[in-house]
Design a protein. Structure first.
Length: 220
């Protein structure tokens, strides 16, 4: 009987050790994957200092972006303009707030309207803490603060995006659309999703933009 108990105890001990080893392996690989993702993120977020202009107010502007009529483009600080972005300040004023991220190949085109047979262009105003993802085309009259515009989205002429709203990837927002606060807009043509954004959306976008700016560091 004593030998049986000893045998059972031994099997239990070996089983425990086996589980412990498996757990250690799982934890090891979990940390390894986490470190790999962190490294990839840091690699993707870094940039060559020689390829960007940094202003006194902390703006980081890619030399591969196109700023037409730069004297008509105002940025209030800590903004990022990525390669391939096109800002048409040569048509009308572009007023950009603090902590605005304009990613690769984005086009900012001031809104216009036909008036007595000629085209009249108007100022494009962008608030604070705004992210415009890759390949988006924006011709809005006004974009509020704490706004996310998704990848490949098209914002039609003279649209007004209120504070704390989100435009989904590849959404096409028709001309003269007014997007209310805490709304998600998606589809083609874009419609307002019945699911509203959380009340803390301002804090979510603020943290996202500040983290992006902080991680976007030079590698020289």
């Amino acid at each position: 009987q004593h030998q049986e108990v000893s045998s059972v105890s031994k099997r239990f001990f070996l089983f425990f050790i086996s589980c412990f080893r498996k757990e250690r392996i799982i934890i090891f690989y979990w940390f390894k994957i986490k470190r790999k993702k962190k490294f990839e993120k840091e690699k993707n977020m870094s940039y060559n200092k020689n390829e960007f202009i940094q202003t006194k107010t902390g703006n980081k502007i890619s030399r591969k972006s196109i700023l037409g009529g730069s004297k008509h483009i105002s940025m209030n600080g800590k903004g990022i303009i990525m390669p391939g972005a096109i800002l048409r300040g040569d048509l009308a004023k572009l007023s950009i707030g603090v902590n605005v991220v304009i990613k690769d190949n984005v086009v900012l085109h001031p809104p216009y309207k036909l008036f007595k047979g000629s085209i009249a262009f108007f100022t494009l105003n962008i608030g604070n803490y705004v992210i415009i993802e890759e390949d988006a085309i924006v011709s809005a009259a006004s974009i509020g603060s704490y706004v996310e515009i998704g990848k490949g989205a098209i914002i039609g002429k003279r649209c007004i995006l209120k504070d704390c709203c989100k435009i989904a990837d590849y959404a096409v927002v028709p001309d003269d659309t007014v997007v209310p606060p805490f709304c998600i807009v998606e589809g083609y043509p874009a419609t307002i999703n019945q699911e509203s954004l959380p009340e803390c959306y301002q804090e979510i976008v603020t943290e996202k933009v500040e983290e992006f700016y902080s991680d976007f560091s030079d590698n020289v």
